[in-house]
Design a protein around this ligand. Structure first.
Ligand code: HEC
Ligand code: HEC
Ligand code: HEC
Length: 388
């Protein structure tokens, strides 16, 4: 009994002392004075546990639709940006002056799941400057903000800017994946490497995707994801996509028809002509069928099965052929035939034909300029499998 009484007395004394301390005005309430490390730790851990507890059981609606993300983005600019900043945009003085300083959300978002983000945005966080938006916003509006938050991690300043600028022309889910990756996977955004229009950044480090056949793009993503087409760079990217997302982003890049081309590669005319001849008539003496039989005149492509080669970077095309030669290039159902073709080509021929295709601009191809007049139609010259 004595112990209980003593404890009770102690607690009462502490409360009175605490109240006196606060009343005396000695405590420095200034935001600029910051928190003691201990206080900061207690608040952070308490906050994290509380959010986890309270968000438990919240049902998350589908959030990937472009319309949600765009609505969230515009909202974010108006309501969150001043405190939190955005990729490439620092916090304003409002945010800088707070204790705690509002975190950069690109870094903070991966710590939370969608339900927890929703809860934070709806209810806010006590004893910090984080307001609750529940009282002023509809449910669907709160979820739209979450949909955008999920796209933030990994978004570069340039991508964020493009997103805010080009918002009027965003064509839907496919373009959004190109720009910002699927939700929570900003680092896989295709635009980082292939460019938003799929032009491929000019040097052939990344292939051109613009205007490529939709089915071929989709099948390629599937082969990367399954590992049939080995690539340490593209596999994690493709694995992060659902089947629907693969279809959406394939359709998006297939539909781009205004992607710029880099300047024409300098190439010696003889080599170019050899390449053109391989495209048009193949190398019968080596058992190599004309590329145009399958890939169309000047390699413009024959969807769905045969990809466009025209306008592709020469170094990328040559790399793919050499990978086939080494048995390291898988692909869609029809790709086995390419292993035989590549194996029959010399390195010089690979280079010549790759350069030739790089110089073709698909939009201007009316007929294969290399085929001499009077030559029979390609389907008739085909030495092996005829397409379709
Ligand atoms: C008035 C300033 C202010 C505004 C406006 C604001 N926030 Fe915050 N927010 C904060 C502060 C401060 C914290 C830090 C809380 C903490 O660390 O305990 C925070 C924390 C958060 C967190 C948790 C991050 C973490 O891991 O600590 C999220 C998520 C968040 N805000 C999202 C938003 C969104 C979305 C909006 C706009 C709809 C928004 N905030 C508007 C000040 C603000
Ligand atoms: C980190 C850079 C990077 C990112 C991000 C990236 N790619 Fe790639 N992508 C590459 C590279 C490198 C290759 C060539 C790989 C190879 O040699 O097979 C490639 C190849 C491809 C190909 C095969 C093209 C062809 O002509 O066969 C497709 C399709 C593709 N990527 C689609 C995408 C899509 C869609 C996204 C976004 C969801 C994406 N990539 C994101 C680097 C990237
Ligand atoms: C019998 C049909 C056929 C012929 C002939 C043919 N190809 Fe192909 N080629 C294909 C198919 C099918 C694919 C798609 C492989 C895949 O799924 O990745 C392909 C893909 C390619 C690719 C990969 C494109 C990319 O974006 O990664 C290159 C490069 C290529 N072919 C070059 C050639 C060249 C050069 C020739 C002529 C010497 C040629 N092909 C002849 C059927 C053919």
């Amino acid at each position: 009994m004595k112990i209980v009484a003593a404890l009770a007395a102690f607690v009462i004394v502490m409360i009175v002392l605490g109240a006196l301390f606060m009343y005396s005005g000695i405590y420095n309430i200034a935001a600029t004075s910051g928190h003691l490390p201990m206080t900061r730790w207690l608040l952070t851990v308490g906050m994290e546990r509380s959010v986890e507890q309270h968000a438990d059981g919240i049902q998350v609606p589908p959030l990937s639709a472009g319309s949600h993300v765009l609505r969230g983005l515009r909202h974010f600019e108006a309501f969150c940006l001043p405190c939190h900043g955005a990729p490439g945009i620092p916090r304003t003085q409002i945010g800088e002056g707070e204790t705690p300083v509002p975190p950069e959300l690109s870094d903070a978002v991966p710590k939370w799941n969608a339900a927890e983000l929703y809860w934070i945005v709806k209810h806010g966080i006590k004893y910090t400057g984080m307001p609750g938006f529940g009282p002023s916003h509809r449910e669907d509006e709160l979820w739209a903000i979450v949909a955008f938050l999920l796209r933030l991690p990994g978004l570069t300043a340039a991508e964020y800017e493009a997103m805010t600028k080009d918002v009027e022309v965003l064509t839907g889910e496919g373009e959004l994946i190109a720009l910002a990756g699927p939700p929570g996977e900003g680092l896989t955004a295709c635009a980082r490497c292939h460019g938003l229009k799929g032009a491929g950044k000019g040097v052939g480090a990344f292939p051109r995707l613009a205007g490529q056949g939709e089915t071929y793009l989709y099948e390629s993503l599937k082969s990367y994801a399954s590992g049939v087409r080995p690539s340490g760079i593209m596999r994690p990217v493709a694995e992060a996509l659902t089947d629907d997302q693969m279809r959406a982003v394939a359709a998006y890049y297939a539909g781009v028809d205004d992607a710029p081309y880099p300047p024409l590669p300098g190439a010696d005319p003889v080599s170019l002509q050899r390449g053109g001849a391989i495209s048009a008539v193949g190398l019968p003496e080596q058992g190599v069928q004309a590329c145009r039989d399958c890939h169309g005149p000047s390699g413009v492509g024959r969807p769905p099965a045969y990809p466009m080669l025209a306008g592709q970077y020469a170094n990328y095309t040559a790399l793919q052929l050499s990978l086939w030669k080494k048995g390291m290039r898988g692909g869609g159902p029809g790709s086995a035939v390419m292993a035989d073709i590549a194996a029959a080509l010399t390195d010089a021929q690979i280079e010549a034909v790759s350069l030739y295709f790089a110089t073709v601009r698909p939009s201007t191809v009316m007929h294969d300029p290399i085929v001499p007049p009077g030559t029979t139609e390609p389907e008739e010259t085909a030495a092996g499998t005829a397409p379709e």
